[in-house]
Write a protein that binds this ligand. Structure first.
Ligand code: GDP
Length: 301
């Protein structure tokens, strides 16, 4: 599973960019309103959002009261507990094997790290002995297809690709081929788009409908890739894509270089969709399963 410590260090280094590192708040001598106000500012700066910030502060005050502590240093550990509890519902492994093939549709805005994440996921699955078929449903950009082709070659997995044409048709063909060839997983890569591009959102819905025509129980997973560095924007994307597609999971990328890691708390508070994986670097092995406690500790390190 790679080097746990290495990626935790990168995660911490990224999350430390929060400006006012949250942990410096607990170096004073008193637990008072000033401490909570500083903490509120730091959480908002980290894109935790108003709702999750309020929740965390209330929860923390209760924990401080229950513990009867007067030591600010102890408050930090209680905050880590509160944050880990808030994030816990996001912790869920991606289940493969209930359906053959497991059809996973992947969406996201351009630049979020979708293609990279699909490459990482392909390797992760292949390493776990799953046979994968890639569907290049981004039929518009030749570069996107080529990049996916590179991942397919590198992992020696098959790819269904088509120059131009209808992304829904490619997806249909890929799922049909996946069934015929007995693949464990079909990964459908869709073109990047903004939730405000309504015709493109309609196209995504169509891809999903057509995938269901190829396999009545599919898609089994609808994933959104979000850039953890975009903070509250990422939360808005989760809400919009979920409305269009009923998301089943998230991949949160670029957490190795972000000052906005608090957005996961905002997602947990406002749209708790499981985070199957987090991206902590550009390399193919820089994909990790999400662990609420580890993440909470890294955010407060
Ligand atoms: P797409 O447009 O959504 O397919 O985005 P790409 O997969 O092409 O990624 C956009 C950029 O983000 C590339 O330069 C990737 O190397 C980079 N990237 C993707 N995931 C991560 C990550 O977890 N950490 C870092 N640091 N960079 C990433």
């Amino acid at each position: 599973e790679g080097d746990r410590k290495g990626w935790m260090d990168r995660l911490k280094a990224g999350l430390r960019k929060t400006g006012t590192s949250i942990s410096t708040i607990f170096t004073g001598t008193k637990i008072d309103d000033a401490l909570y106000e500083e903490l509120e500012d730091a959480l908002l700066m980290a894109d935790t959002g108003v709702k999750a910030t309020n929740h965390l502060l209330q929860d923390l005050k209760q924990r401080v009261k229950n513990s009867k502590t007067t030591d600010p240093a102890a408050v930090k550990a209680l905050l880590a507990d509160a944050l880990a509890d808030l994030l816990k519902p996001l912790e869920k492994p991606l289940a493969i094997g209930e359906h053959t093939p497991t059809v996973i549709m992947v969406a996201g805005v351009n630049g979020a790290g979708k293609t990279t994440s699909i490459g990482k996921l392909t390797k992760h699955l292949a390493d776990h002995g799953e046979s994968v078929l890639l569907a290049a449903a981004d039929t518009f950009r030749a570069a996107a297809r080529e990049q996916l082709g590179v991942w397919a070659t590198r992992n020696t997995v098959e790819i269904v690709s088509q120059d131009g044409g209808d992304p829904a048709a490619v997806s249909f063909d890929a799922v049909s081929a996946g069934r015929a060839r007995g693949k464990d997983v079909v990964l459908v890569d869709t073109a990047g788009r903004l939730p405000t591009q309504l015709h493109l959102m309609e196209e995504l819905k169509k891809i999903k409908r057509v995938v269901t025509k190829a396999d009545a129980s599919a898609p089994h997973e609808v994933l959104l890739v979000i850039d953890g560095n975009t903070g509250q924007n990422a939360l808005n994307q989760v809400k919009a894509f979920d409305e269009a597609l009923q998301l089943t999971g998230l991949i949160v990328t670029k957490l190795d270089g972000t000052a906005k890691g608090g957005v996961l708390a905002a997602i947990a508070q406002e749209k708790p969709i499981p985070v199957y994986f987090i991206g902590v670097g550009e390399k193919v092995e820089d994909l990790e399963t999400f662990n609420a406690r580890e993440f909470a500790q890294a955010l407060l390190a």
